[in-house]
Write a protein that binds this ligand. Structure first.
Ligand code: NDP
Ligand code: 8X3
Length: 301
């Protein structure tokens, strides 16, 4: 049986200037696989009551916790990330435990063409997306401005800002057609206060803050809610990625505090998403009780 995993080769698809939804190609993306494997999609019994959520960066941390939380509430899931095995393991676990369907999509959010090709050609059954969680993101390095790597800066801006924009641009048309939707952007406390050696990571999250505000204004006419979630320290793979695999440095981030967990953030996001349709939480900052802002921590001895 088809794994439910879609991926595309690296070359750009046909692209129409001014739009992000290229014509679906026959060789790759959702449409082509839909044609190749109709039985997979036919098995998915969507009723009018079904809800669909798309979560980027679902292969780990906050994204994976959100996938579990929403699956438990009966949502069908579109899960994205670059690590296909992680996504497939999560799909297997979730589909065993809950009566929901999981579609895994493998792409790098920095790749504008892949994002447009895959998300622009979702099978019809998956187009009624109720909630998009723009969660994929990272910090690369923690260095003073003069020492920081330009490659790291580009990776953070391309992922946290451009990636979020590409994904949103591909999904918003579905929400407009459905006349509803909820976009939940993963900001950070780093998008509220700049801290030493946070330079471009902070800038990327300040950008997410601005984009969330701008989306809320422009999408008002389409009944689309936009919520910006800004966590402080959450224990995930975030620090390990930031410190490029240095487990000791990563562990020091959380030493002496009980940080937030991915589940804490998933519970908060779930709460925001379940409020009545006329209620929109715009912006939410959440820290563990031992953290106040980006500088102040009360650490256990
Ligand atoms: P993790 O490192 O555990 O998860 C990050 C997720 O993002 C992974 O699933 C990863 O998937 C995905 N991702 C990263 N880069 C890309 C890319 N180029 N293309 C596609 N997917 C990508 O960290 P968190 O769960 O903590 O981070 C999730 C979000 O929360 C990020 O935006 C982060 O900035 C934000 N955040 C985290 C905080 C924390 O303290 N942990 C606090 C505040 C905000 P894969 O590698 O498979 O592609
Ligand atoms: C992650 C939280 O404080 O490390 O966004 O920047 S912090």
């Amino acid at each position: 049986m088809h794994s439910g995993l879609l991926s595309i080769p690296a070359q750009p698809p046909n692209y129409h200037p001014g739009m992000l939804s290229p014509k679906p190609r026959q060789c790759c993306g959702g449409i082509a696989l839909h044609k190749k494997h109709p039985s997979f999609y036919q098995q998915i019994l969507f009723s009018g009551m079904d809800k669909i959520i798309l979560i980027t960066g679902a292969s780990s941390g906050i994204g994976a916790a959100c996938a579990k939380k929403f699956a438990a509430a009966g949502y069908h899931l579109i899960l994205t990330g670059r690590r296909s095995e992680r996504l497939l393991d999560l799909k297997t676990t979730i589909e065993k435990e809950h009566a929901v369907k999981v579609l895994t999509l493998v792409f790098d959010v920095q790749d504008r063409w892949a994002v447009a090709a895959i998300l622009g050609s979702l099978p019809d059954e998956w187009k009624q997306i109720d909630i998009l969680i723009n969660n994929a993101g990272l910090a690369a390095g923690r260095d003073s401005f003069e020492n920081a790597s330009i490659d790291d800066w580009e990776t953070m801006l391309n992922t946290n800002v451009h990636g979020l924009l590409y994904v949103s641009k591909a999904i918003v048309p579905y929400m407009i057609a459905n006349k509803k939707g909820h976009i939940i952007n993963m900001g950070s406390i780093a998008g509220k206060e700049v801290y030493e050696k946070g330079n471009v990571y902070c800038a990327s999250k300040f950008a997410v803050d601005a984009i969330s505000k701008a989306m809320r204004i422009d999408l008002l006419q389409h009944h689309i809610r936009v919520t910006n979630i800004n966590p402080g320290a959450v224990e995930t793979e975030f620090a390990l990625v930031r410190f490029k695999g240095d487990a000791q440095q990563a562990a020091a981030t959380y030493k002496g505090i009980q940080p937030l967990s991915g589940k804490d953030i998933a519970d908060t996001i779930f709460y925001c998403s379940q409020l009545p349709a006329h209620v929109c939480i715009n912006d939410l900052v959440i820290t563990c009780t031992q953290q106040a802002g980006t500088y102040y921590f009360h650490k256990d001895a």
